[in-house]
Design a protein around this ligand. Structure first.
Ligand SMILES: [Zn+2]
Ligand SMILES: [Zn+2]
Ligand SMILES: [Zn+2]
Length: 493
């Protein structure tokens, strides 16, 4: 059997390099080289868990542990865990004269120096400038401590007597959500999956993690209801997950004289939620509270506060769900866009369908109203209503909700499917379709006696040409295509 004493320096160099590489690049799936390194290291530790080289192997497994939370080969993590547990049992019973050991204050940031430090710990001739003496690093109790740190990385919360540490996947989750909620999702993030995944995490959360998970759902809810998410099932899953936890908080009671405000920015709210969703994260929260001052944990996760948060989140989800995916009533728009005599208020329609950001707020109702009215109108009105609906879709921000897309698409598809004459029956070109360029001529076309012609006016036949209508419809269909699942769009408008 080989111990570090008969292992030449070269070999420890290589091991340290390999382990450091794995620490940095742990996000590897079933990497055979990585698996081999873990199994070799675990075998050395298993062969002599109480040996004088045990500290080398426990530090090695600490460095490689993040990979074991990702996707190692079958049985690899289990062998490492067995070796680490055996080492902890064998080493922790030793007596020593030290007051303390480096593992007791070791945190995740210090992992970065561990591989290099290992070479210095093993080499008595190397200069030593660390705070704690070399003998403490080599002490069996320190090796036992690092065995437990490695176990805590591989199976978060499975050991005690280690400094608190955020689980590897929690750290990744905070980064992913911060990018997404800032509006710049990582290129590999599937937004729908990421958000529904947080709903699933809340549904399956252990009681102690429930408050943290609810805070994450609260944070992704703001994003999901902003109109950026076009998949109904994502909102469904958020609503279901909050509904499930409401009863858990409903019985809540507390003696607090108030509750701290929770973060109101998505990224911060998500980070706090993820932190409070694991024992290690809650330990870190407690450390920070002591160091920098913050509300005590029991006030932050208080069931009374969480009950309020759940109710608020649910109300917001239900209200927006109705707006985004429910049927939309546009009857009030008649008063808005028809004149007293029941005819179109052409000036207002031209103004509201102009491509200006202040028209965003009218776009959804205006687009759907115009699309619905199109069917029951005469040819002149239809030409206007089709363009208004098309233009409203352009103006909708960030995109028209499902109810609007569904109604507009139904109209556009009917127009696009109508039989067309082989050629235009007018001499002039069609009105320009880019952005709002057509607006100038539209009022004159619709009411020539009231509005003077624009510089380049088109004939009424051109405005009402079925081939032009089909162009507009196709362009609009192109804009809306793929925004929603086809079976959701196919529902009646
Ligand atoms: Zn000791
Ligand atoms: Zn309370
Ligand atoms: Zn034409």
């Amino acid at each position: 059997m080989q111990t570090v004493m008969d292992m030449d320096d070269m070999m420890l160099d290589e091991l340290s390099d390999t382990w450091e590489d794995m620490r940095e690049n742990y996000q590897e799936s079933r990497n055979e080289g990585y698996d081999r390194s873990v199994l070799d290291c675990a075998a050395e530790l298993t062969a002599d868990p109480d040996g004088e080289s045990a500290y080398v192997w426990t530090l090695g497994l600490t460095l490689m542990a993040p990979y074991l939370t990702w996707l190692p080969g079958a049985g690899v993590a289990e062998q490492a865990v067995t070796a680490l547990e055996a080492a902890d049992r064998a080493l922790r019973g030793h007596g020593c004269a030290h007051d303390a050991h480096p593992y007791e204050s070791h945190d995740v940031d210090q992992d970065e120096q561990l591989a290099e430090l290992l070479l210095l710990i093993a080499d008595d001739t190397a200069a030593w400038e660390e705070d704690r003496p070399r003998s403490e690093w080599r002490c069996p109790l320190n090796a036992a401590g690092f065995a437990r740190i490695a176990l805590d990385i591989v199976r978060p919360g499975s050991v005690t007597d280690v400094p608190p540490r955020l689980p590897v996947d929690a750290k990744a989750s905070i980064d992913t959500l911060a990018a997404l909620l800032h509006g710049y999702p990582k290129p590999w993030t599937d937004i729908d999956d990421e958000i529904s995944g947080q709903a699933v995490e809340l549904s399956c959360a252990a009681p102690a993690d429930r408050a943290g998970r609810l805070m994450v759902v609260r944070a992704v809810t703001w994003y999901a209801v902003s109109g950026t998410v076009h998949t109904k099932s994502v909102l469904d899953s958020l609503i279901r997950s909050v509904e499930q936890v409401v009863p858990h908080f409903a019985e809540g009671d507390c003696a607090h004289d108030g509750h701290p405000p929770l973060p109101n920015s998505g990224p911060n709210a998500a980070e706090l939620g993820i932190t409070l969703s694991s024992p290690g994260g809650r330990g870190i929260y407690e450390q920070r509270r002591i160091a920098w001052g913050a509300a005590p944990l029991d006030k932050v996760v208080c069931p009374v506060l969480m009950g309020e948060i759940a109710d608020e989140t649910l109300a917001q989800l239900r209200e927006r769900y109705e707006i985004l995916f429910g049927e939309r009533d546009t009857s009030h728009a008649d008063a808005e866009y028809l004149r007293a005599d029941g005819r179109l208020d052409i000036e207002k329609l031209v103004e509201r369908s102009d491509n200006k950001h202040w028209n965003e707020k009218y776009a959804d109702d205006l687009g759907l109203w115009a699309a619905r009215r199109h069917e029951q109108s005469d040819d002149r009105d239809r030409a206007v209503l089709l363009l208004v609906a098309y233009q409203a879709v352009q103006n909708a921000y960030p995109a028209p909700p499902l109810s609007v897309a569904r109604g507009v698409l139904a109209t556009m598809r009917a127009v696009a499917a109508a039989p067309l004459p082989a050629e235009c029956l007018h001499e002039d070109e069609h009105p320009p379709l880019r952005r709002a360029e057509f607006r100038d001529g539209m009022a004159h076309f619709w009411a020539p006696e009231e509005f003077p012609p624009a510089e380049e006016s088109r004939s009424a036949e051109s405005w009402m040409c079925p081939r032009f209508a089909a162009e507009v419809a196709e362009a609009c269909i192109g804009d809306l295509k793929g925004l929603y699942e086809e079976d959701e769009v196919a529902g009646a408008s």
